[in-house]
Design a protein around this ligand. Structure first.
Ligand code: TRP
Ligand code: ZN
Ligand code: CA
Length: 438
């Protein structure tokens, strides 16, 4: 039996013995959800990500200066990434396609385990333009996604979702590889992809911090990561649909991603909040021969790599938080008509360790002929009042509502009260029941 369930039972038993309160509903007691905490996302080592970039740079140097579609440097890049993933226990698949008369390659890597019907996919394009080595565009995304996949292996992660990673070919020729992958996925396989995360240019030398504003849950996950660092983000607008998330989005798959800027110019306001140089491109070497290992901002690359791991862990490996213990008072309390005094209904909470959560839930059931008359407060054991509902001109009957209260500064154990005051003459009613859930 889990700790929280035993606590809940003990608390309910104590209250039932006290004869004051009704026990928690049987449904709540019969939910022994796993209490395993969400695993903590790893800090992705910047040095490892940069070591992959150094390899991409060497590969370009040894293959005519680029890693473009149809050139030997592209296939060498695929072989490098595949070798790392195979050694780390991934199941890899090389998918071939033809574009502009040359063979192209996508690399797909599946991490064994997780729910096969709910796949979280992360990807990046691995090809460069012919002008250069393509270290920011898109060695950066390719290396950070690779290192995140390797971190999954190092952690021995047992995700809730099935994790899949992809490296796309021929993005620079018009998203050719990612379109090929999506268009050749059977409908049943498409339906299993719960989300696709795209990383294209995430180490720009004069960086911005842009988050795709497509799926709200994915977007919020990246924003939460950056909020934790205290760094403001902006919505990515530099050419929506200009990278490999576009075919997934067109197929109805929720998408998201990160971007640190290409050939657009950083404004003064952006330089103010992010540092760097205003009036200059985020990446002045975009699609040029100078997109080398010198064309990377380490801080941006480090943050974005950590953000990828944060998203993969939170979206792919977090177990749902089980509901905490509940306490209920079903005794009716009459609410006198205005100008009568406020009335309260108590609940004696015991057996809960520490403070109440930021998401303390209060279910209120009040029978009344004009709910606008009522001012309702939750009173903490120390007397602090939390306003749940003010008076209004809402003439409807009854208050049957659930309120979420940030009671994280309150010790959970003690007597909590629902306080109700009628501030409008004529209509009357009573507290039917209320419940607090930690
Ligand atoms: N590889 C992309 C391209 O050449 C780079 C890019 C431009 C991009 N704008 C973007 C990537 C917006 C993501 C989002 O077009
Ligand atoms: Zn790119
Ligand atoms: Ca009244």
């Amino acid at each position: 039996m889990s700790l929280s369930v035993s606590r809940r039972l003990a608390a309910a038993t104590a209250l039932a013995v006290a004869g004051l309160l009704a026990a928690t509903s049987p449904a709540a007691l019969a939910a022994p959800t796993a209490v395993a905490a969400a695993p903590t996302p790893p800090d992705i080592p910047l040095a490892n990500v940069k070591a992959h970039l150094a390899q991409f740079s060497s590969i370009a140097a040894a293959n005519g200066g680029n890693r473009a579609h149809g050139r030997s440097g592209y296939k060498a890049s695929i072989d490098y990434v595949k070798g790392k993933l195979d050694a780390a226990g991934f199941t890899t698949t090389l998918q071939t396609f033809t574009s502009s008369g040359a063979t192209g390659y996508n690399l797909i890597a599946d991490w064994p385990g997780g729910d096969p019907n709910s796949v979280l996919m992360s990807g990046s394009h691995l090809d460069s333009v012919t002008a250069g080595a393509g270290i920011n565009d898109n060695g950066s995304g390719s290396a950070a996604v690779l290192e995140t996949a390797l971190a999954v292996s190092r952690a021995g992660l047992q995700p809730t979702k099935h994790l899949r990673f992809g490296w796309w070919g021929a993005e620079e020729l018009g998203l050719v590889g990612s379109k090929y992958y999506v268009n050749n996925l059977p409908a049943a396989e498409k339906a299993k992809i719960s989300g696709y995360l795209n990383f294209d240019m995430i180490g720009s030398p004069n960086p911005g911090y842009f988050v795709y504003d497509d799926d709200p849950t994915i977007e919020q996950t990246f924003k939460n990561y950056y909020a934790g660092l205290g760094i403001p983000t902006e919505i990515e607008t530099e050419g929506d649909g200009r990278s490999d998330h576009a075919p997934f989005k067109s197929a109805g798959i929720p998408v998201g991603g990160l971007f640190s800027g290409a050939d657009y110019t950083k404004t003064a306001a952006q330089a103010q909040k992010w540092g760097g140089t205003s009036g200059r491109a985020f990446d002045a070497c975009y699609h040029s021969s100078c997109d080398t290992t010198a064309n990377i901002n380490d801080t941006a690359l480090d943050r974005n790599a950590d953000a990828i791991a944060y998203a993969v862990w939170n979206l792919g490996a977090a177990t749902p938080v089980p509901p905490g213990p509940s306490f209920e008072n079903t005794a009716d309390v009459n609410i006198p008509d205005s100008p009568g005094a406020a009335v309260t209904s108590p609940i004696n909470v015991s057996g809960v360790t520490g403070n109440a959560p930021a998401t303390t839930k209060v279910d209120v059931n009040i029978v009344h002929t004009y709910r606008g008359d009522l001012v309702i407060n939750l009173i903490a054991p120390d007397g602090t009042a939390y306003l749940l509902k003010n008076s209004s001109s809402d003439s409807a009957a009854n208050v049957i509502a659930t309120y979420t209260v940030n009671a994280s500064s309150e010790v959970a154990n003690g007597v909590w009260k629902l306080q109700v005051k009628d501030v409008g003459a004529q209509d009357v009613g009573y507290i039917n029941s209320w419940k607090i859930t930690f």
